[in-house]
Each structure stands twice: as structure tokens, then as C-alpha cells.
Design a protein around this ligand. Structure first.
Ligand code: 5MM
Length: 336
């Protein structure tokens, strides 16, 4: 088994998933402002370090995606942040794209940038302790979108990124996020997501990426957030599995979903339904940002020195996600 495949399995197996704590400073500032906390370097570190030293890191979190600022910081215990994460048995990862920018040729859409100088940055991140990376492409759904241009150009960038990451001894997370925004139906989300994912693998294969050493981070198949035709969790699981079975090559070891604006509870419930029905060999787990952090952030904002209370709140969420990744979550456990 290849070293990269081992890393991917270590991150995703045994009821573990990924904590996406890679908000860029702009996004983190929005999150902190929403709970009336000033977005200083110290506060961003304090919140993140509080999560990274929680008990649930040992049982529920296989990998943490960091942002450039955080991977270079030291924790209170004088360990570097990657050392702190590794000390609980989790693997440090790093977001390496530089953001989604206007796509020339289709200005309503976005192309993710960051390929220039990437090889050099990867070498630096490896030295800092990263063993996996993340690159996120975003697609919106409407009558005309995503366009063929955005589907192709983002897939091409994801493939070039993945090849460079493997060249440097790390596992690339391939994140093509079809956004929830809009009035579209779940069937439209299914069709567009399938097209997007198939194109990504077409490009990854062309670029000779070893699929066994990659992780897919997709959206679940949901109806648009402004749609009036919501589908139930069973249908979400059915469509999500059908989409992934039809578009993801079997060599890929695992799939770690993004939460994409679902509530914490929805994200756990839907992942649980997916695992109850999972008849594939793919590990199906989480790579949640908001759906792991929201309640903890709210709690923390009331008293940023209440480390224990914040960690208890985070531990509960992490446990719910971990149970969901094994099909063992329930409404009753959620309330405890
Ligand atoms: C954690 O948020 C990441 C986005 O940060 P920027 O937009 O600032 O770059 C994001 O990529 C995240 O990893 C995924 O979208 C999953 O997060 P959610 O909150 O959707 O689970």
C-alpha cells in the first residue's frame, strides 16, 4: 500500500473525519464579527487552539485543515500548531489555494487560483508538518451555470494542484463544491454535481494523479437553499450515493463531505443516513467547517477564557459527526 494511501486512510478511518479550520482571515473575521469578537491574530489562534487541544481530537478528528497563518503559529504550550495536532494523533493539513476569483470569459462564475509558486509553497508546508492539502473550487447552479468553461477550468486546476501535491509527498483533498444557493431542485444538484465530479476525475487521470492517494470533498445532493421542494434525509442519502457511485472511480479511498451551510444537526443526520445506506467501498465521513465549529464559536464568544465549556461544546459536535460517519447517530443521542 502506498504511503499516500496510508495517510488518507489514517485521516478517514475508525470513525474519524476532518476538522476544516482553514478559514482565510477574511472569512474568519466574518465569523468572529458575527459573535461580536474582535478578529485579532491572538483571538483567531485562541479559538483554534482551544479546539485543537480538545479531548475529541483523539477519537473523532483524523486531520485538521489549517490556514497559512495558523500553521506558522505556536500554541500556548509552546508546541507549534502542527505539533499540537499531531500530539493527539491527528494529521495536520493545509489549504493551498489562494481563493476563488472572477473567471475571465464567464464573469458570473469563479475560478480558483494558486498554482503559481505552488511547488515551492508545498515544500515549505511539508517542512512545517503538513501531510495533506486542500484546494476548493466553487460552482453555482442556475439555468446557465455552471458553464462548461467553469467545469473544465476548475477541474484542470484541481488536477494540476493534485499532481504537484503528490509530487511533494502529500495527499490532496479535491474539493469541488457545488453551492447550495438558489431555487434549484435536488435533481438539478444531482445532474450538475455528477458532471462536475466526472470532469474532475477525467483531468486528474490525465495528470497521472494516483487516486488511491487522494480524498474527495464534495457537497451532498440537496435542493437549493431557496427551493420550496425540500427532500427528506433518506432521499438526500439516496441521491448522494447514486451521484458518487456514478462519478467517483473506485480507487478513491474515501469521501469527506463539506457541510456547505447545513445546520450542525442536518449535517450529522444526513451523513448518518448516507452511512446507513452506503453499499460502496468508499469511506464516507466529514470534513466540516461550520457544522463542527458553530456552537463552539457561539459558546466561546460569551467568555473567550472559558476553555473547558468551549471544548465540551466542540466535543459533543465532534462525537455526533463521528457517530454519523459510522451510521450510529440518532436524535436521542443528539439531545444528550
Ligand atoms: C473552513 O472554510 C473554508 C473556506 O474558507 P475561505 O472561504 O475563507 O477560503 C472552506 O473551504 C471549507 O473548508 C469548506 O467549504 C467546508 O466548510 P463547510 O463550513 O461548508 O463545512
Amino acid at each position: 500500500m502506498s504511503e499516500l494511501n496510508n495517510i488518507a486512510l489514517k485521516i478517514l478511518s475508525n470513525g474519524k473525519g476532518i476538522l476544516a479550520a482553514d478559514e482565510s482571515t477574511g472569512t474568519m473575521t466574518k465569523r468572529l464579527k458575527s459573535v461580536n469578537v474582535e478578529s485579532t491574530k491572538e483571538n483567531r489562534l485562541l479559538f483554534r487552539e482551544t479546539l485543537f487541544s480538545s479531548e475529541s481530537m483523539k477519537k473523532c478528528i483524523g486531520g485538521v485543515i489549517l490556514y497559512d497563518e495558523t500553521i506558522k503559529q505556536n500554541s500556548n504550550s509552546k508546541k507549534t500548531i502542527p505539533e499540537l495536532i499531531s500530539s493527539s494523533g491527528a494529521i495536520p493539513g493545509i489549504k493551498v489555494d489562494t481563493g476563488a476569483k472572477v473567471l475571465a470569459g464567464s464573469p458570473e462564475e469563479k475560478i480558483t487560483e494558486g498554482l503559481d509558486g505552488l511547488r515551492e509553497r508545498l515544500k515549505e508546508y511539508y517542512k512545517l508538518g503538513a501531510r495533506f492539502t486542500k484546494w476548493r473550487a466553487v460552482y453555482k447552479i442556475s439555468n446557465d451555470y455552471p458553464s462548461k468553461l467553469s467545469i473544465y477550468s476548475n477541474a484542470h486546476a484541481l488536477a494540476r494542484y493534485s499532481a504537484l501535491v503528490q509530487e511533494n509527498g502529500m495527499v490532496p483533498i479535491v474539493e469541488p463544491e457545488v453551492l447550495m444557493d438558489g431555487e434549484h431542485s435536488a435533481e438539478e444538484c444531482f445532474n450538475k454535481t455528477s458532471e462536475v465530479i466526472k470532469k474532475c476525475y477525467e483531468e486528474l487521470i490525465k495528470h497521472k494523479v494516483d487516486l488511491k492517494g487522494t480524498i474527495l470533498k464534495p457537497n451532498m445532493i440537496l435542493s437549493g437553499s431557496s427551493s420550496k421542494n425540500n427532500i427528506d434525509t433518506k432521499k438526500i442519502a439516496e441521491l448522494t450515493l447514486k451521484c458518487l457511485k456514478g462519478s467517483v472511480p473506485t480507487e478513491v479511498p474515501g469521501i469527506a463531505f463539506l457541510s456547505g451551510g447545513q445546520s450542525e444537526k442536518e449535517a450529522a443526520k444526513n451523513l448518518n443516513s448516507i452511512n446507513l445506506m452506503n453499499d460502496t467501498n468508499f469511506i464516507m465521513t466529514y470534513s466540516y467547517g461550520r457544522a463542527l465549529q458553530q456552537s463552539a464559536l457561539k459558546f466561546w464568544s460569551k467568555d473567550i477564557n472559558n476553555i473547558k465549556g468551549t471544548q465540551d461544546t466542540f466535543n459533543h459536535r465532534a462525537k455526533m459527526c463521528s457517530l454519523a460517519s459510522q451510521g450510529k447517530w440518532s436524535e436521542d443521542i443528539e439531545k444528550k
